[in-house]
Design a protein around this ligand. Sequence first.
Ligand code: URA
Length: 583
Amino acid sequence: MRVVELIEKKRDGQELSESEIRALIQGYTSGQVPDYQMSAFAMAVCWRGMSDAETVALTLAMAESGSTLDLSAIPGIKVDKHSTGGVGDKTTLVLGPLVASVGVAVAKMSGRGLGHTGGTIDKLESIPGFRADLSMDAFVEQVKKIGIAVAGQTHELAPADKSLYALRDVTGTVRSIPLIASSIMSKKLASGADAIVLDVKVGDGAFMKDVEQAKMLAEAMVRIGHQAGRRTVAVLTQMEQPLGYAVGNALEVREAVQTLRGQGPEDLTELCLTLGAQMVVLAGKAADPEEARAKLQKALHSGAALQKFQELVSSQGGDSRVVDDLAVLPKAPVVRMMHASATGVVRAIHAEGVGLVAMRLGAGRATRDDQIHPGVGVVLQRKVGQSVVAGDPLVEIHAQTDADAEAAVEALAHCIEIADGSAFTPPLILDIVGEATASETGPSELVRAARQAREGAYVPYSKFAVGAAIRLGSGEIVTGANVENASYGLTNCAERTAIFRFVTSEAYRRGERIASIAVIADSDGPVAPCGACRQVLAEFCTADTPVELADMKGNVKRTTVGELLPYAFGAAQMQGSDEDRSK
Ligand code: URA
């Protein structure tokens, strides 16, 4: 491969093949392709874009450039969540324990803050004693034991993305939808989850400043996820103003605990319930987002979510008294109130500006090596749309020194706009792409497809018709029904008919895989696949592949291939036995 030819091909708007992209990324990871050629390539992509096939190939090549996390030892469907970054975004602190408290396994790798956006790990580490540097074994063990672990991102995941992202940062090539989508999704795929919920922020404090661009990014990531066999949902959320009231590490932990007590800001609570409902549905713990939301609300109000947060903190060495006594959190030596200079309605609180003020107070880093001060930051006293009277408290500033507090007051005056008008509530959830609803793409559509397939059963002997439907990563559905024979033993079950149709199709050869499966019969309760079908399912699915077993009366049992056939016989067991077989 001559790298210059690939750069020229992209420069001229031609499509690169999967093997060309793979070779480029392998060359870059091994050091054979120098930074200057990779920068030229990134710039050509910025101008010419990438087809879906190219974007998927780039994502997979970067995902496979280092080690990948194996979460298969954790039972159930693992759902990851990712936010494209915002100001005051303490969602993971609330959402992780919240969904874990209703039985969704949360194995979360998170990052540190840089620039005007904060990082989950810095926030958690503001709890005295909290440790995020878990070994991979300890990480998986903790999820198995308490249902949740939050660790710092390891350097071994998607190293090609790490180098390319750093290069893009200094070569003006960050703003490209295929490059951003492949960068985010390569890390998500390497992190090993079965399904992914993305929080794509839009507005002043976000990467994507307008809804159209954010929607294109969301759609690109959802397509990548589907092609890689991961159910993926993206929620577009407003980031014109900070999320919640607090910006700064310990201040945000305080707000997260209040939210887990059911006393949090409306926007943060709503965002966690919306993202959480999608996660719970993808994990197969509820049939639709409404049912999922009701479960989450119950967990917030019963204290179950707060208790899960306490378990998380305590398992990772933190002072778990924090859930009852917020005074254990570090505090800034100087606390100063800034007051409103006018009467009216708050029209804007520029998120990026507020994030930069918090960073300069010491809550964030201007460069990767900067030290942060856990107690500092700001706490808004009003949000956009609320009325205010001149002299009312507007922002509480937590600083290291009086001079820092003074500088923050001056800078914040440029971030907050007050004007005449009536109070209003700005929108928060702008759109959901790839939503997992029962009526559109979720379980009952697959059951309906299986029900229809059952009509084609050939069952002259038993009259026991069975239908099956498989959903592929791309969303495509393949169906099958049972086919009997006068020599009874030659009968083929519905699941096997559907699987064999798929495995012998072009979709299988282009890399599609089974994302979920449904089987239906006129049985007494949800139908149970026979042993032979369970072994065939194990051959072509993962242990976590969701299975819906239905009857004709509307009863559905949700399970997984691993639960149907634990300790399945597989190719791995034949390794090392060549010698025996040759005998
Ligand atoms: N976040 C990432 O991880 N990658 C990008 O390219 C942009 C945001």
